[in-house]
Design a protein around this ligand. Structure first.
Ligand SMILES: [Zn+2]
Length: 392
């Protein structure tokens, strides 16, 4: 197919201007036509034409008046939250959660299905997702014609394409075509991506990453991953697996990781790795629930517990320093349930540890912050995959 700037047609340009204005209103609205002209660099005539089209199709609505110095009051415009809806799905270790949002990302309905830790059979997960879609559509009273699509956050590596083939070792999923399984039960547009990436995108759009064009969301839970955004775009690599930060080596011939390799960052700072090191140091873990166990370890004042926490901060700091050196981000957001538990108590120490490993110049240009949305933002993030497509 011929492409490139020299082949852009008038229709392409119009579609491009539409996307520019929709995005400006979605992330910066409400705004007057004059503010939009200033914010986008488009001409006043173009803004007037394109917003007239968007108003006619109902994608945007008027949102009151704002005084202008000396002149007539100006009409404010914003995206119409009712124009479309998106479903976000979180396929997690212990549940499948399906949530329906309007365009303003207000949650309108929700369905939850528990998964037993050893029961991640792909057919069962697909049935839960399809059942959840029907439930939230009925509960919210939203017709299928108003649905923009379904975003799904899953563990592991996702091959992008209609079949959405997933490789998730922790689930025992080898080449599972989740897209094909779901296509048998729904005709809605489907967007599948790694759950850490979707949670990262939620932080970037609505949380601690807001407004940053070069940002990394570093997610630490049972697994460890990163969502890397350079110049406003998520870095994916050839097949979409980029950002597997947890499987970068921090100790040659070190601890065995869940991926099979030795010495991965995840084997040291992922919840399982931290608790494993604590047990080896003589610590006693009294629960199967990783979240409860990690919280207890962080509260534990014993010498063994303090040592394990100190080492965890050092390893995670080294991993963050690597991110600074490789990507020169303006902001790193530490999220994921384990990252939040650790960061709430030890953020200054984490920053300091990162600074010991990062080069001084890029380290000075970056800030390391905690995520704002909490660990349950996977479904919200999955819904942003749908909204992203709508905004283009
Ligand atoms: Zn690994």
């Amino acid at each position: 197919m011929m492409s490139g700037p020299e082949r852009r047609t008038v229709r392409d340009l119009r579609r491009g201007n539409r996307a520019i204005l929709l995005r400006a209103l979605y992330f910066g609205g409400p705004a007057s036509r004059q503010e939009l002209t200033g914010a986008t660099g488009l001409s006043a005539a173009t803004v007037s034409n394109v917003t007239a089209g968007l108003l006619a199709e109902g994608a945007i609505v008027e949102a009151g008046l704002v005084e202008s110095d000396g002149g007539r009051p100006r009409v404010l415009l914003r995206v119409n939250p009712e124009h479309g809806h998106a479903i976000g799905v979180d396929v997690g270790e212990t549940h499948v959660r399906v949530e329906l949002f309007d365009l303003a990302m207000t949650e309108r309905a929700k369905a939850d299905y528990a998964l037993r830790p050893a029961r991640h059979e792909a057919g069962l997960v697909a049935r839960h997702i399809l059942a959840g879609i029907d439930v939230v559509l009925a509960e919210a009273g939203v017709g299928r014609e108003r649905m923009l699509g379904v975003g799904i956050g899953v563990p592991g590596i996702v091959e992008h394409g209609p079949a959405a083939v997933i490789h998730a070792q922790t689930f025992g999923w080898e080449s599972v075509p989740l897209g094909t399984l779901l296509r048998a039960g729904t005709s809605l547009p489907l967007f599948v991506d790694n759950g850490a990436k979707t949670m990262g995108q939620a932080e970037l759009w609505f949380g601690a990453g807001r407004g940053a064009r070069h940002a990394i969301v570093a997610l630490v839970g049972s697994g460890v991953g990163a969502n890397i955004v350079t110049d406003g775009v998520t870095y994916r690599g050839v097949t979409g697996s980029a950002g597997e930060w947890g499987h970068t080596t921090v100790v040659v011939n070190g601890r065995r990781c869940r991926c099979g390799a030795l010495g991965c960052l995840e084997a040291y700072v992922g919840a399982e790795g931290v608790l494993g090191r604590y047990a080896e140091a003589g610590g006693v873990i009294t629960t199967d629930d990783e979240q409860v166990a990690l919280a207890a370890l962080l509260e534990d004042g014993s010498a063994a517990a303090r040592q394990v926490v100190e080492e965890t901060v050092a390893y995670l700091g080294a991993g963050l320093g690597n991110l600074v050196n490789l990507f020169n981000p303006e902001r790193i957001v530490v999220g994921g349930w384990a990252g939040l538990l650790l960061g709430r108590r030890h953020l200054p120490a984490l920053r300091e540890a990162a600074g010991r490993h990062a080069l001084a110049q890029p380290y000075r240009q970056t800030t390391i912050e905690l995520g704002e949305l909490g660990p349950d933002a996977v479904a919200l993030g999955a819904a942003t995959l749908v909204i992203e497509s709508f905004l283009q």
